[in-house]
Design a protein around this ligand. Structure first.
Ligand code: KIV
Length: 275
């Protein structure tokens, strides 16, 4: 059954955990969808894990639409959330609504996600009023990496923790349907989760959030440029892939692939006439 905003809200009310995983292409989206995961995030982390950038700053609307639409074609049940890339909503409320609309119309998103607290509440309100569900994102917000001065846990001081709680309440008030909390101390994330009526989705925010999200390449052990403390590698697919690629390389070079069963035939009398 297709998951919606209501599924998220009901899960929070009934104390059922929400699962979210990233995907950036059709084949992966189909696998994630078939596994029963509630929501697929087409994260702007695609800048890192798909496009090889150092950060998410260079990701464009076109990137998000291109990958989002591919994921949406593969996701029959999961709620597809597409990230709004850097500078697609910070510039003005007008830009935010137009770009969120493009992610819905061209990317076929079920919801959009944007980073920030009180400062982006006018954007959250207007996008929501346009009929587009918004997931907010607080804590370590990678689009502000240059302002943070690196990938660091957020909300550790009393002032920072208070600001995070205020921002969380503000995005809820503005109409956000859920809140991603990234790299936040577990006890602070638990407190925010208690205070909010909308679900929290944690990544590096402990197990008291209403749900969890991971980047699928991290979960599968496919991306090893940087492995954050909060990642559990549920499989070592990276090694399986590397071994398969090497086996293919050997098989082609030693002539054992393609074998008879991979080969199309032609009648001898036809081929003989061509010599
Ligand atoms: O871009 C992304 O994948 C994200 C998750 C890390 C929450 O925003």
């Amino acid at each position: 059954m297709k998951k919606t905003v209501t599924t998220f809200q009901k899960a929070k009310e009934e104390g059922r955990k929400i699962t979210m995983l990233t995907a950036y292409d059709y084949s992966t989206a189909k696998l994630v969808d078939a596994s029963g995961i509630d929501s697929i995030l087409v994260g702007d982390s695609l800048g890192n894990v798909i496009l090889g950038y150092e950060d998410t700053i260079s990701v464009t609307m076109e990137d998000m639409i291109h990958h989002g639409a591919a994921v949406a074609r593969g996701a029959k049940n999961a709620l597809v959330v597409i990230d709004m890339p850097f500078m697609s909503y910070q510039t003005s409320v007008y830009d935010a609504v137009v770009n969120a609309g493009r992610l819905m119309k061209e990317g076929r998103a079920g919801a959009v996600k944007l980073e920030g607290g009180r400062s982006v509440c006018p954007q959250i309100k207007s996008i929501t009023e346009a009929g587009i569900p918004v997931v907010a994102h607080l804590g370590l917000t990678p689009q502000s990496i240059n302002a943070f001065g690196g990938f660091k846990v957020q909300g550790k001081s009393e002032a920072a923790a208070k600001k995070l709680i205020e921002d969380a309440l503000a995005v809820q008030e503005a109409g956000a349907m859920a809140l991603v909390l990234e790299c936040v101390p577990a006890k602070l994330a638990a407190l925010v989760t208690e205070k909010l009526t909308i679900p929290t989705i944690g990544i590096g925010a402990g197990n008291k959030c209403d749900g969890q999200v991971l980047v699928y390449q991290d979960l599968l052990g496919m991306f090893t440029d940087f492995v954050p403390k909060f990642v559990r590698q549920f499989a070592n697919v990276g090694q399986v892939m590397a071994e398969a690629f090497a086996a293919y390389d050997r098989a082609v070079k030693d002539g054992s692939f393609p074998a008879e069963e991979h080969t199309y035939q032609i009648e001898d009398e036809v081929i003989e006439k061509l010599y």
